[in-house]
Design a protein around this ligand. Structure first.
Ligand code: NAD
Length: 454
């Protein structure tokens, strides 16, 4: 029997409708992650030398915080939510009744291979769904431990994991799911959307984009450079919300570049020697892609590559042209282009050149400038005077817009994402106003005031 059938049968038992069942499963998951946290760090290190600090902070502890939030609120979020009634229906009680969609397919990428499986999984399970996970084929060690955890923690048919590459992914996508949650590239996101459309399956698509980071002349240059360098070189730039390119005011550009270099050296030492605090590029294919982006560019810092190690050092490129390969697609590596601007029209020329990004950052002391950027441009989320940290607050839905994605999740948004909210009106029997029944007798002058009853 194929995996979806097993999940169908499991969902039909109604077991997942029981809040105590969901909580017990999440508690087992929590316990297993805590028990195997060191092994998880080792797996990510084996996959692409991800530093232990980054795995603990951005993978295991991030996921544990998400599970904790779901566990704490699941009872409250799953209760019918009362909304006010309208006079026309009086007397009624009106409410939203959340139900799980059913069988969820969750497809994950390689860059945060643990977080991007288990954080959405926690929300899907909390909301009462069954889940089939397809992790990335590029992180086999993390997939192996994820598979062991899932097989140990969840009952058969509740949560399963199917390992494999794009053929497996396509086989799964050819089936009829109740919900598809996909994290990955915009290119594959479009394929997923097409499959989902055939069955009108609702989706969340967590995609990528070219995220601008704007630094104006009033910004605190030292601190800005430090926070930008941190967010960019975390996971060796293989972060969907990392700054893709910097637009910095000409007046402060050289000071900004010097501060960036200083912070890179303080973080990683001599970049000619691969640092243990910097992850490697995931595979040869991506390494070669990034290496080729350095060709014919004005490399003003770094640019060191070591083939056997898939190592690309933190690198700064000065003034790439909009037409150069570096400025076509999301870079997704430790290469940071810096572009000087003089006027706000120049900022617009760059930002509007690309599809709506997943994130945008603005560094400025001027409130009017901060507000202008937030108001003028459309993007998934972002930060003022920092980068990347918008992902950490569970009260902020995380997701893109346009080409960077559809929908959002984390905390309550995850629970809502994986729930269908039925709108229900419960009518009392003790009164039945006869006005709505034929033969219609209500005169026009009263009917034309009906809007006041809604
Ligand atoms: P990817 O799109 O290549 O792969 C993602 C998943 O889709 C993998 O499990 C893969 O096996 C599967 N897949 C690949 N090709 C497929 C196809 N033709 N049909 C069906 N399934 C297919 O992405 P990736 O390289 O693993 O991850 C990097 C991308 O993910 C970047 O673009 C990054 O911005 C994005 N990303 C987004 C977020 C977010 O939260 N928005 C988070 C992390 C990564």
């Amino acid at each position: 029997m194929d995996v979806l059938n097993v999940h169908h049968n499991f969902f039909a038992t109604q077991k997942t409708k029981d809040i105590a069942f969901r909580k017990a499963a999440l508690r087992r998951l929590q316990k297993e992650i805590v028990a195997r946290e060191d092994e998880i760090c080792d797996a990510l290190y084996a996959d692409f030398k991800k530093p232990r600090f980054e795995t603990l902070a951005a993978e295991t502890q991030f996921v544990l915080a998400e599970i904790k939030t779901q566990l704490k609120n699941i009872g409250y979020w799953s209760r019918p939510e009362r909304v006010s009634s309208i006079l026309a229906n009086w007397p009624t009680a009106d409410f939203l009744f959340p139900e799980p969609y059913g069988n969820v397919l969750l497809i994950a990428p390689w860059n945060y291979p643990f977080q991007l499986v288990f954080a959405p999984l926690a929300g899907a399970v909390a909301a009462g769904n069954t889940v089939v996970v397809k992790p990335s084929e590029l992180t086999p060690n993390t997939s192996k431990i994820s598979s062991e955890i899932i097989n140990k923690v969840f009952e058969e048919g509740h949560v399963s994991i199917v390992e494999g590459g794009l053929e497996v992914s396509q086989q799964l996508l050819n089936q009829k799911w109740d919900y598809i949650f996909f994290t990955g590239s915009t290119k594959v996101g479009k394929i997923v959307y097409e499959h989902a459309a055939k069955n009108l399956t609702p989706v969340t698509l967590e995609l990528g984009g070219k995220n601008p980071c704007i630094v104006d002349a009033t910004a605190n240059i030292g601190l800005s450079a430090k926070r930008i360098a941190w967010g960019k070189f975390l996971n060796a730039g293989q972060t969907c919300i990392a700054s893709d390119y910097i637009l910095v005011h000409h007046k402060v550009k050289s000071r900004f570049i010097e501060a960036l270099k200083k912070h890179i050296e303080a973080s990683f030492g001599d970049v000619a020697v691969p640092s243990e605090h910097l992850a490697r590029i995931i595979n040869q294919k991506n390494y070669q892609r990034l290496k080729s982006l350095l060709e014919d560019q004005n490399v003003i810092y770094g640019g060191i590559t070591i083939d056997q190690e898939n190592y690309i050092s933190p690198t700064i490129i000065d003034e790439p042209t909009l037409e150069s390969p570096l400025m076509q697609d999301e870079i997704f590596g430790p290469i940071l282009p810096i572009i000087g601007y003089e006027t706000e029209e120049e900022i617009e020329r760059y930002v509007s050149h690309y599809e709506k990004p997943l994130a945008t950052y603005v560094f400025s002391r001027k409130k009017s400038f901060q507000k202008k950027i937030l108001t003028k441009y459309s993007f998934g989320g972002g930060a003022i005077n920092d980068t990347v940290i918008q992902i950490t607050n569970k009260k902020l839905p995380f997701g893109g817009v346009g080409a960077s994605g559809v929908g959002g999740y984390h905390g309550k948004s995850s629970f809502d994402t994986f729930s269908n909210k039925k709108g229900i009106i419960k009518k009392a029997n003790w009164l039945d106003v006869p006005l709505r029944y034929p033969p219609y007798k209500v005169p026009d002058f009263i009917l034309k005031r009906f809007k006041h009853l809604f």
